[in-house]
Ligand binder design. Structure first.
Ligand SMILES: Cc1cc2nc3c(=O)[nH]c(=O)nc-3n(C[C@H](O)[C@H](O)[C@H](O)COP(=O)(O)OP(=O)(O)OC[C@H]3O[C@@H](n4cnc5c(N)ncnc54)[C@H](O)[C@@H]3O)c2cc1C
Length: 468
């Protein structure tokens, strides 16, 4: 029997459409491994109980899938270079295979692991990845990639969808000791995890008309009409290629499906951006807005995080996040904008709050979303676009169904007041059983004044950054 290959799973918790696993099994016996890396889990954005529980359930599902194919997932804890060296020694393996990762942190770790294992005579190969197109595949006209989404989308959209790679029927290899994947985290996952759950969600979304109706319904937070695939994509329980094939690509798509595919491109766009510009993880992409004099407002930040700002749509979103680990995209935009442009709190503070709560929390997409909203990032839209939390609420949750679902104090507030409950008369408050300032907060800031302050803060930062 030839020496086994170690398949190192990371953000690719699936057996089908996994080029690295296919390559490993084609070479002979395989040991499937996942490394619990305390250094990664201790990072500020990874202390996220909901996401960890989802990860744990994903590992349990992957282990079950591997067992059905004659293998199992060997889980061990430590620095990946040490753990993998140990697994290679125990198995007599001379090769490790993993999917390519483009994040700066992932790339640095992979280089470190490859160098360490090379010293033991073990070769490390990367195959496939969690993006449809790697940054190297879309260099852009300047060779530095894209900073604006629309040209990225045109180039990305033309890229062919790779053919389906079936899961290996059998995976043979030595049985190694490891920890129980079920012990990786405590608590319940807010959503079912694993490749089978991801496939169910994708099939349902396409079969039941969600994809065709996406363009019309995606901005209605009460309709719950989006795919809910984000957490699965985050950990590679499904891939963009699988989504593309389920939509029917390369055949022409209905407008709804096309709009949905465009959102998948946003995810890849932000991954490319972070890969090429690792500095965006710490500061503004736009150099003119690196030095905004943000407010130090712990009380405002806490009220925002707890859904107690007095602005119903913002509060509904933050409470949905706390209760479910997920928030609708339109409401993410409104809630994030409120923190940055109504409370003038540094977008990086909000980025961290989101990362610790989101089951789909992803450094690239979350950073991209926050910088987009703050107007500091890669976007053709100007920094002075400030979302009005009342108008957004009137437009996207006109009947207040989403607000009432997440802010029960406002359940009986009349439609005419649901977006601005502070305008209720005393009689209306009594009828609604909701006294503003007692049962539900009065607005913690005045939007019109806050908007002017934002414009002044950004103008000052731009002036400071201007040469001369
Ligand atoms: C401030 C802010 C923070 C965000 N943080 C994250 C995050 O940490 N992780 C994350 O996956 N998404 C993030 N998003 C993007 C978006 O809100 C979520 O991807 C989406 O709400 C997930 O729900 P869904 O799967 O039902 O999305 P759908 O509407 O069904 O979209 C399908 C898929 O496209 C991708 N996608 C959609 N919109 C975006 C977008 N604007 N940017 C990047 N990818 C997108 C996601 O992978 C999503 O699963 C953020 C957006 C904002 C404004």
């Amino acid at each position: 029997m030839s020496a086994p290959t170690v398949m190192w799973f990371r953000r690719d918790l699936r057996t089908a459409d996994n080029a690295a696993l296919a390559e490993a099994t084609a070479a002979g016996p395989v040991v499937c491994a996942w490394v619990r890396d305390p250094a990664l889990l201790a990072r500020r954005h990874h202390r996220a109980p909901a996401r960890l529980a989802f990860l744990r359930d994903g590992l349990v599902a992957l282990d079950a899938d591997l067992r059905a194919r004659g293998s199992r997932l060997v889980v061990r804890t430590g620095a990946p270079e040490d753990v993998l060296a140990g697994i290679c020694r125990d198995a007599g393996a001379r090769q490790v295979v993993h999917a390519r990762e483009v994040s700066p942190w992932g790339r640095a770790r992979d280089a470190r692991v490859a160098a360490a294992l090379a010293r033991d005579g073990v070769r490390v190969d990367a195959a496939g990845g969690d993006l449809l197109v790697d940054p190297d595949g879309l260099p852009g006209s300047s060779g530095h990639g894209y900073r604006v989404f629309t040209p990225f989308w045109s180039a990305w959209r033309a890229f062919p969808i790779p053919a389906h790679v079936p899961a290996p029927d059998r995976i043979d290899g030595p049985a190694l000791a490891g920890d129980d994947p079920g012990h990786v985290a405590d608590g319940a996952s807010p959503v079912p995890a694993g490749a089978a759950a991801a496939r169910d969600a994708l099939v349902r979304f396409v079969r039941d008309g969600g994809a065709d109706g996406y363009a019309a319904a995606r901005d209605d937070p009460a309709a719950d009409a989006t795919s809910r695939l984000s957490a699965y994509l985050r950990l590679g329980m499904c891939t963009a290629a699988q989504v593309g094939r389920a939509l029917g690509l390369p055949a022409p798509l209905s407008p709804g499906r096309e709009e949905f595919w465009r959102q998948i491109a946003w995810r890849e766009f932000f991954h490319h951006l972070l890969a090429r510009r690792p500095d965006v993880a710490r500061g503004a992409l736009n150099p003119a807005l690196r030095d905004v004099a943000w407010a130090d407002d712990p009380a405002g930040l806490a009220a925002w995080a707890r859904g107690l700002t007095g602005y119903p749509l913002v509060d509904a979103g933050m409470r949905q996040l706390a209760a479910t680990g997920w928030m609708h995209n339109r409401v993410r935009m409104v809630a994030a904008s409120f923190l940055v442009k109504d409370l003038h709190v540094d977008w990086r503070r909000g980025e961290t709050v989101f990362m610790r709560a989101l089951v789909d929390g992803d450094p690239a997409s979350n950073n991209g979303g926050w910088q987009w909203v703050a107007g500091t990032g890669a976007d053709a839209a100007p920094y002075f676009r400030v979302l009005n939390p009342v108008r957004q609420s009137q437009r996207f949750d006109p009947g207040g169904a989403y607000i009432r679902r997440w802010v029960p104090e406002l359940t009986r507030v009349p439609d005419a007041r649901i977006h601005e409950p502070w305008r209720m008369t005393a009689d209306e408050e009594a009828a609604a059983g909701c006294v503003i300032g007692v049962d539900y907060p009065a607005p913690i800031t005045d939007h019109a004044g806050a908007r002017e302050r934002t414009l002044a803060l950004y103008r000052d930062a731009r002036e400071r950054a201007a040469p001369g």
